[in-house]
Ligand binder design. Structure first.
Ligand code: C2E
Ligand code: MG
Ligand code: MG
Length: 735
């Protein structure tokens, strides 16, 4: 009975005695021997090792290894031996697996030898390795998937198969070679049905439709694949397997279509093919993501600077070859850094995303919007009338910012400044177009922001001048040449000097005298003001100490820029200069413009409080030009307000409104115990009105121009000689 059973199986088996003599073989062994030109009786009675020898010629190494392995089993040195070895016929590449096992317990004994054709498994592994290499080498996903389906070649597995990827559009099906066209459609239909919605429940529905108990064991997991049964003219059985990506999400579907029942071999190869497809899909997704990151800004998801440059170059080529016009717009957000400082980066990033969406809405399909970096965006607009289009678009952008942005429960008001340049009117070079749009935008910035402007050459001249000033100013600060202070006296109502304001002067050998109104804003923009401000404060303090030594007690007012005040080391710097120069902090006053207070920045306010605690006085300069309500004066660490020159000038023309404004300022200031200084007093008429309105201190050309320190000393000495009748500033004097 054992003989019959062995003959009925398709296994090539032989039993060897302890010398290697072949005692018995199965029918499959005999058949194979005969088919390959050997003994039709399968060499029964011969010695296995000698039967092996003819092979040794072709496959010397492997044949010797087989002989040695089997000998060791027969000699009892090992209980088992196995080896995969090539056994190519003239027409076919073949691999066999040899397994030898001892039959009789320990010691020398008989052995059973079994050969198994593993050609498909070997070829499969080799091909699988090749496909994995393709994945690593970034081969196209479809090429890789074609390789995967060919792994399951019909001649070895008896199946047709297809892979369908999950996709928004009409998904492509990649099928094995020789798959009939109708079957491709059928595979597509099956996969689409399975992937519509949740794969598992779709599969369960399909499984139920074909009889779960018959074809799908009740305990089978959906990922093991589900049999979908045959339909219509296709007698085959369809088997559907989900393909999941590295996040375990459904990424596709592998469909097998076989006319034989599904065997364990099917399952092994199918699982392997499926996992290679999953690796390929995850790898392609990762690659796509990386290339997305190379071209898109991750915060706003807008194209980045590289895409912008690319688009610009394309527009330029088209423009040059076909004579088209186009516009370049650059824009940035006004005071965006303050929002980042005040609310933090997270809010800043969310705001940038909102801005990107609004820009998209304003521009639509008319141009490409890219984020160039920070709070800067660039737009390329193709249009037959580029200048007109640039204006329309810029207006739409600026107006688009009018409604506040709503970000993480906060309403944030934000404006932007836009500059534009036109090809070929302004220039025919890409970098120049961007530069010219930037120049126009900077012009917008300087003239109050929240607007747009097209490049014009006159603007560029101004911009060039600015650059000259900037460069020369840096040199002046570095060398200390050309900078000096003058002092403009401030008087009481008897017109006696009670203090001076230190004012910076810069004389340049070529540029001549440059007004601080011109160079201070430039120094504020490029940060040089911090260094300049320190220098001014130190010089002014040293002068105050000199006058004190000469016996003159004058209050020294020094202008401090918002940029300085908002630095977290401002109070520390002031403290160090006071200590270094030995100035009496009580005789020092810092003038800060109203806009600095308006910004309402915690840092600035904290620093001002610290400075105030040193005994230094604080004054609000140019009061009335900002937008702070008079009531906001309450609680600020200031002693003095300086009414802006423009109101004083208007008095001359008899302006009733100027009178009312000054009156209101004085009344409120005195209620708050603040001293009021009127600056820019040029005429007797003005000073008389100002006195009558209750102003406490006066500064202006009528009284004294800004003077060199020596001239102020002379004035102070002259006043000494006049009998003293000191009138102190009348804090809180009222009218
Ligand atoms: P400010 O602080 O309001 O200084 C008063 C300006 O008015 C000074 O101009 C002064 O010369 C001018 N002025 C004084 N009396 C009269 C007058 O009767 N009529 C007219 N038309 N003008 C008068 P200056 O020196 O050109 O300074 C302009 C601005 O530059 C200053 O305005 C101040 O904001 C800034 N500045 C000057 N020096 C410094 C400094 O050392 N540091 C900082 N941060 N800013 C400074
Ligand atoms: Mg001032
Ligand atoms: Mg002023």
């Amino acid at each position: 009975m054992w003989h019959e059973a062995a003959d009925a199986s398709d296994c090539h088996i032989a039993i060897l005695d302890k010398e290697g003599g072949i005692l018995a073989v199965t029918a499959a062994w005999r058949r194979f021997s005969e088919q390959n030109g050997g003994d039709p009786a399968g060499y029964v009675g011969c010695n296995y090792f000698r039967a092996c020898e003819p092979n040794a010629a072709g496959n010397g190494e492997e044949s010797l290894a087989v002989s040695a392995g089997i000998r060791e089993v027969l000699d009892g040195k090992r209980s088992e031996f196995s080896l995969v070895y090539p056994c190519h016929s003239p027409v076919e590449q073949r691999w066999f697996m040899l397994r030898a096992a001892r039959i009789n317990g320990n010691g020398p004994g008989r052995a059973v030898v079994r050969h198994e054709n593993v050609t498909f498994a070997e070829a499969f592994e080799a091909e699988a390795t090749r496909i994995l290499e393709q994945i690593v080498q970034n081969e196209l996903l479809t090429t890789v998937l074609h390789g995967v389906v060919s792994l399951l070649e019909r001649k070895h597995t008896g199946v047709h198969c297809g892979i369908m990827l999950k996709s928004e559009d009409q998904p492509e099906v990649i099928v094995s070679q020789g798959c009939p066209a109708g079957l491709v459609e059928e595979i597509r239909a099956r996969a689409t049905a399975a992937m519509s919605g949740d794969f598992t429940s779709s599969l369960i529905q399909l499984a139920n439709a074909v009889g779960r108990d018959r074809l799908n064991p009740p305990n089978a997991k959906p990922d093991d694949g589900v049999v979908a049964g045959s339909r219509g003219c296709w007698p085959q059985v369809f088997r559907l397997h989900p393909i999941r990506n590295s996040q375990k999400e459904l990424a596709g579907c592998l469909v097998l279509c076989a006319d034989t029942p599904y065997s364990p071999v099917h399952k092994t190869v199918c699982d392997k093919a499926r996992s290679i497809a999953a690796i390929a899909i995850s790898h392609a997704a990762m690659r796509d993501k990386l290339s997305l990151e190379a071209w898109y800004d991750p915060v706003t998801e807008l194209p980045n600077r590289f895409v912008f440059q690319d688009r610009l170059q394309n527009a330029l080529r088209r423009g040059q070859s076909r004579g088209f016009e186009f516009a370049v717009l650059t824009l940035d957000l006004d005071h965006f850094e303050l929002i980042n400082d005040a609310y933090g980066r997270r809010v800043g990033d969310t705001l940038l995303r909102e801005v990107a969406q609004r820009l998209h809405r304003s521009i639509g399909a008319a141009g490409l919007v890219a984020r160039l970096g920070g709070d800067e965006f660039g737009i390329v607009v193709d249009s037959p009338d580029a200048a007109q289009e640039a204006d329309t678009m810029s207006r739409a952008i600026v107006e688009g910012f009018q409604a506040p942005f709503s970000v993480v429960g906060k309403e944030i008001c934000l404006t932007c400044s836009v500059g534009a340049s036109i090809f070929p009117v302004d220039t025919v070079e890409a970098a120049e177009l961007v530069h010219k749009a930037d120049t126009a935008r900077n012009q917008v910035k300087r003239s109050g922001r929240n607007n747009w402007k097209r490049f014009d050459a006159a603007v560029e001249i101004v911009a060039q001048e600015r650059k000259d000033i900037e460069r020369n100013l840096r040199e002046a600060v570095k060398s200390g040449r050309g900078l000096h202070l003058v002092y403009q006296p401030q008087t009481d109502s008897r017109e006696r000097i009670i203090g001076v304001e230190a004012l910076l002067r810069w004389d340049h050998p070529v540029l001549g005298r440059v007004s601080p109104s011109r160079f201070i804003p430039i120094a504020e923009e490029n940060g040089l003001i911090v260094e300049i401000g320190c220098w001014v404060l130190r010089e002014a303090c040293l002068q105050a100490v000199r006058w004190k030594r000469e016996g003159f007690d004058v209050r020294m007012s020094v202008n401090a820029s918002t940029v300085q005040v908002c630095r977290s080391d401002f109070a520390e710097t002031v403290t160090a200069i006071i200590a270094e120069t030995g100035v009496d902090p009580e005789s020092l006053e810092l003038e800060i413009t109203e806009s600095a207070l308006m910004r309402d920045l915690d840092d600035g306010r904290r620093e001002m409080d610290k400075v105030r605690r040193l005994g230094v006085k604080m004054s609000i300069d140019d009061f009335g030009t900002g937008y702070s309500s008079l009531h906001r004066l309450q609680g600020l660490p200031v002693e003095t307000i300086k009414i802006d020159q423009s109101f004083v000038r208007e008095l001359e023309g008899g302006s009733r409104s100027a009178v009312s404004v000054i009156q209101a300022i004085v009344t409120l200031a005195h209620d708050l115990n603040l001293t009021v200084v009127a600056e820019g007093v040029e005429t007797r008429a003005q000073i008389e009105i100002l006195k009558s309105l209750g102003c406490d201190v006066f500064q202006g050309y009528l009284l004294h121009r800004p003077l060199m320190a020596e001239s102020v000393s002379e004035l102070l000495q002259a006043e000494e000689r006049v009998p003293k009748e000191v009138v102190l500033p009348s804090c809180g004097a009222g009218i």
